[in-house]
Design a protein around this ligand. Structure first.
Ligand SMILES: *Cc1c(COP(=O)(O)O)cnc(C)c1O
Length: 390
């Protein structure tokens, strides 16, 4: 048969910016093919194993036939109660397991879907740059327009909400914020969250706080947006077990907060997915029952790595933020480079793979992100190799 059909992509897919991590992956494969001993500091995926207590709970749960059927859409009551218990213990925040907690197939799933529930074509969504790419792609898929809020170092990597034109605020449906922040590692003070709530109430904007990194900290414990009075009136918080418990592959997260907002997100989800495998929810319950002290080894591991890398970068004359949370170091590239040129140089000459800052949005140009997801001796080696070429 000669005749073919065109298979042309829908414009919402054609208009996607190239997915940063896919092109990084291609560069990585090429380097490996060439036989380069690659040190990969590019991807936000913990190299540490899931704690064995969680794995053991999963083994038991997977054998139960009652877990083999379709799960409930919003998550098992026992899962939602555990989330509420964990929020109470960790943040002092009270949540109603019926209506204020929703299970997600990873927080990415919820972040990607929420614009479908609330954004009409032409509506604005306020999106940080640099930022997690899904805020903007979810917006694009819903026909919304991203209004970019640059995160600048001189403003402690917080968006300048004052500078957003009134017209944009009036036409905005959602506001995405993320602290502790990927990729800049910044944390937000109470005063910032209060300002967010004030703006949200004034302009009728739903706040979506992405809190994936609250448990990866090296000093003071980061805040939940839900700790701020009024937060529950204006929005929700996305959370995840991925980073806290080294569970990126398990695909489980959740959203908490305003029940109307969660109901909207739930409407999209019930029509697209059928919830999280119950065995995984039972494993997550075991995770929530762990003491935060049981996770100290995870934080300590990242802290040791962070101190080595931050000291190394500083010796090299690179200006880098010393993170107090997350497993990323956000560093300025030397003046004669741009992000991509620097990443290429590091890959070709040092065999060190890092992420170009502009991949997180234009405001990330001039920066690179190092992920602390490789062993200590590999990070030492990376510093040595970079020292040789710079
Ligand atoms: C890793 C990450 C997520 C997604 O985590 P899930 O594995 O989908 O739960 C969401 N937001 C940010 C900022 C992240 O870095």
């Amino acid at each position: 048969m000669k005749k073919k059909i065109s298979m042309s992509l829908a414009s919402r897919v054609e208009h996607l910016p190239p997915y940063l991590f896919a092109s990084i992956d291609r560069m990585k494969q090429q380097a490996i093919k060439k036989g380069i001993d690659l040190i990969d500091l590019s991807i936000g995926d913990p190299d540490l194993p899931t704690p064995s207590l969680i794995v053991d709970a999963m083994k038991k749960a997977v054998e139960k036939p009652s877990n083999h059927r379709y799960p409930s859409y919003e998550g098992m009551l026992s899962f939602r109660e555990s989330v509420a218990g964990w929020y109470k213990k960790r943040f002092g925040v009270k949540l109603d397991p019926n209506g204020e907690v929703l299970s997600l197939i990873g927080s990415k799933e919820g972040i990607g879907h929420i614009p479908l529930a609330f954004v009409n074509p032409g509506d604005f969504v306020l999106v940080p740059s640099p930022g997690y790419p899904v805020y903007a792609t979810g917006t694009l898929f819903a026909g919304g327009k991203s209004y970019i809020m640059p995160l600048r170092e001189e403003n402690s990597f917080l968006p300048d909400l004052e500078s957003i034109p009134k017209k944009v605020l009036q036409g905005s449906k959602l506001l995405f914020v993320n602290y502790p922040n990927n990729p800049t590692s910044a944390i937000a003070p109470t005063s910032f969250f209060k300002e967010v709530i004030r703006i949200a109430l004034k302009y009728n904007i739903i706040v979506c706080h992405d809190a994936s990194y609250t448990e990866i900290y090296f000093g003071e414990k980061p805040l939940s947006f839900m700790q701020i009075p009024g937060a529950k009136l204006v929005g929700i918080e996305f959370h995840s077990l991925s980073k806290t418990y080294n569970m990126t592959g398990w695909r489980i997260g959740f959203a908490v907060g305003n029940s109307k907002v969660l109901e909207g997100l739930g409407k999209i989800k019930t029509n697209l997915d059928s919830g999280v495998f119950q065995a995984i929810q039972e494993a997550a319950i075991a995770a929530f029952h762990m003491d935060s002290r049981d996770l100290a080894w995870i934080r300590n591991t990242y802290k040791v790595r962070k101190d080595i890398l931050h000291a190394g970068l500083t010796r090299l004359g690179l200006h880098a933020v010393n993170p107090s949370a997350t497993f990323y170091i956000w560093a300025k590239v030397p003046p004669r480079y741009n992000s991509m040129k620097f990443v290429n140089l590091m890959l070709r000459e040092a065999g060190v793979l890092i992420t170009p800052g502009n991949g997180f949005g234009e405001a990330g140009e001039g920066f690179v992100r190092f992920a602390l997801t490789a062993e200590e001796n590999r990070i030492r080696e990376a510093v040595e190799r970079m020292t040789e070429i710079l």
